[in-house]
Write a protein that binds this ligand. Structure first.
Ligand SMILES: [Zn+2]
Length: 286
């Protein structure tokens, strides 16, 4: 499969059954193609669309987007060049971090813990800030990522991990824990941290793709926590997030700390793998 499912750009051509999307429009989509009309889409879970297709091949000069009318959201005008990184971030990492915050039931005035300082975790911090959380505790031990987390609204940074990290957060919250926890890693350790700091009655938004996570049903029951998440229905949030970007309220594209021509894509992955870059943006030359 060709790589690439985060994308935005100008429509070059549309299929014969496409009704609303037009050539020349600037559009943002997500990693799931969806019709946006079936019962699951109408319920806000476009990533579970009956006709869902995973998008691939977007790291290329041109990409074909299935179900264009349902998948893509167009802007009224072509955005300025400096808006492009922010629009690209909306397409996946912000949409996913936002969903993590929604799944974690982030509320105005609430306390939020974000487990994970990758691009999605950092976007979770931004989402929690936009939703009015009063205290946002980001777990990070990476200087540059911690700095960005603070810029996006984190009020506290916890560099400890595992049991020490849990203990530190319980200290910071007077032994209560957080009502909302965004889990943006997907390992057993990160999930243990999330369940360890979530207060009874609190919610965990799990957007990190799980790798070998086991939950003890009895312990989970005993903790009285809610767990929601899964592949983010980014399409639900696209219109709102694109509006926030265009209104200058948020700058999610700051998460791209490396920009490369598409020919150097391999170096982009290497830099992210070695944690030299948080996230790489690829440019396509005309
Ligand atoms: Zn659908």
């Amino acid at each position: 499969m060709n790589m690439g499912h985060e994308y935005c750009g100008v429509v070059v051509e549309v299929g014969s059954e496409v009704r609303t999307i037009k050539p020349g429009q600037f559009v943002v989509g997500s990693f799931c193609a969806s019709d946006n009309t079936c019962p699951h889409c109408q319920f806000g879970f476009q990533s579970a669309c009956r006709d869902m297709e995973i998008i691939g091949g977007a790291q290329a000069p041109y990409a074909r987007v299935p179900l264009a009318d349902g998948t893509l959201v167009a802007t009224a005008e072509l955005p300025d060049a400096e808006m492009i990184p922010h629009m690209l971030a909306v397409s996946d990492v912000l949409g996913t971090g936002w969903y993590g915050a929604v799944a974690a039931n982030v509320r105005k005035g609430g306390t939020v813990v974000v487990v994970g300082d990758g691009a999605v975790g950092l976007m979770g911090v931004m989402a929690a800030q936009q939703m009015g959380a009063e205290r946002i505790i980001a777990m990070s031990r990476h200087e540059q990522r911690s700095a960005l987390a603070r810029k996006f609204g984190a009020t506290d940074i916890v560099s400890e991990r595992g049991g020490d990290g849990v203990a530190r957060i319980m200290d910071l919250t007077d032994g209560i824990g957080a009502e909302s926890v965004i889990e943006a890693v997907g390992t057993q350790q990160s999930m243990d941290q999330a369940t360890g700091v979530c207060r009874p009655g609190g919610s965990i938004g799990n957007v990190g793709v799980p790798h070998g996570i086991n939950l003890d049903g009895f312990q989970f029951w005993l903790r009285q926590q809610r767990l929601a998440g899964g592949p983010a229905p980014v399409r639900r949030f696209l219109p709102d997030l694109m509006d926030r970007v265009l209104a200058g309220k948020i700058q999610p594209g700051l998460v791209f700390d490396q920009v490369l021509p598409i020919a150097q894509v391999a170096e982009g992955y290497k830099a992210m793998d070695e944690r030299r870059a948080i996230k790489t943006m690829l440019l396509v030359e005309e």
